[in-house]
Design a protein around this ligand. Sequence first.
Ligand code: ZN
Length: 462
Amino acid sequence: MALTRTLGKTIIIICILTSAIGQIATGESTQAKDSKQETRCENSVITFDLSSLQTIYLYPESILANTDAFWKNDKAYWLTSLWMKNVGYDYPPYGWQQYIEQFKTIPAENRDSGSTLKLGRECVKLRDSLLGDVVAHICSFLPDSVTDLSTTVYLTALIVPNAFQMNYNVVLNANAIGSAAEAWNTTIHELFHVGYYRNECYRTEMLFHNEEKNDLTYSLQNEGIATYVAFSAPDAMYHEHKDYRMLKDGSKVKKAINKVNELIKMVDSESPDDFRKKMFKIGVEERALYICGAHIARTIDQRLGREALVKTVSAGPRTFIATYNEMVSEDQKVIELPLEEPLTDFQQMRKAAVDGDYVRLRKTLKTIRENKASQKPVGHPLEMTGHLLLERDSLDLAREVFEIYEELFPKHGNPYEGLAETYLIKGDSLKAIEYFRKLIEVVPGHAHAREELVKLGVSVSE
Ligand SMILES: [Zn+2]
């Protein structure tokens, strides 16, 4: 507790400094560029937060005094715990506590000079080059619905992933990043993901029935474009990333296409667990999804233009693959997976919402309620539909969708978050407080809920 207060001071200084620079830098870009596309995200503020890294390297004793509290109260670690739950890993990761204990043996006066902490400080200095033209560049790959790329980049250490986007925040693992140049590329990549998820509720393609098909095709598009966005960013200084060398080599690109086609062919025949292991090995470790996806993005961008590529972001990954396939020879094509027929009740509901047909939407909601006992519920279309309706200010319909979501998934946080947000927009603070509290019950330590409750004047116990 005392530590959090001590560090609070440092965090505030970092935030103020960063936002001030952010506004100046993006303002300059507005004068230089006059197209609507490039100024759309001009008020975005990218903030770097070093507090997690500082706690780990400077105050390891405070972590060891209560590791559960650290995982819950440190924002970077709390986001990491969500990421680990999503991918099915246990946390803390094996051997984590021993590392923290090793840091404790370093004399306090020597802790500040460690290389990881130094790298963290170098990354914070990168903020100038991550704003202005670079933010405009990232935004030019996103549909009009995305007007803000504001986010906090949390620098931390001793976690499993190298970097990830979660709840529109970015977490960078300074141990895995290795250099400021790598951090620059990774942050641009992750900022695209932030925008991609901000547009998610507007997407027009229906999801597959099969989760693995969704993850495979969405990863190809999302990771592919993110990689291409950083690869084509307007600053040649930092272009020595290993993925870019592969992307410049035709034979490596062809290999990546073949590997992605292999994955697509096995998605129906392998068990979900086996398939996910192979997707991680071939798609992530061997970079097939990143290189093949970036090549698709580059081909569409160079041959048809940016607008055509953005249209595929608005639609979804099947359009991304189909648009590319229309332009290339047989041996360069990526296998297209057709959407399964007939559409489920959840897909019908989602389609009615995307089409803006609210009479049909109400009918499909009724059908979902009636068939509740006899079909497997699917949460994602409810989540996306609720948020789409919130964006369109159809608050009563949004509430109805989130209520059905809550009935079907009472142990998930998303329905409560959706309901709390709906009531917040409606101006009903009492109901909003009730749902943010329920959200904390279901997802202990939920950072957004805690922040909102504090804003609403409710004291939150640690
Ligand atoms: Zn990524």
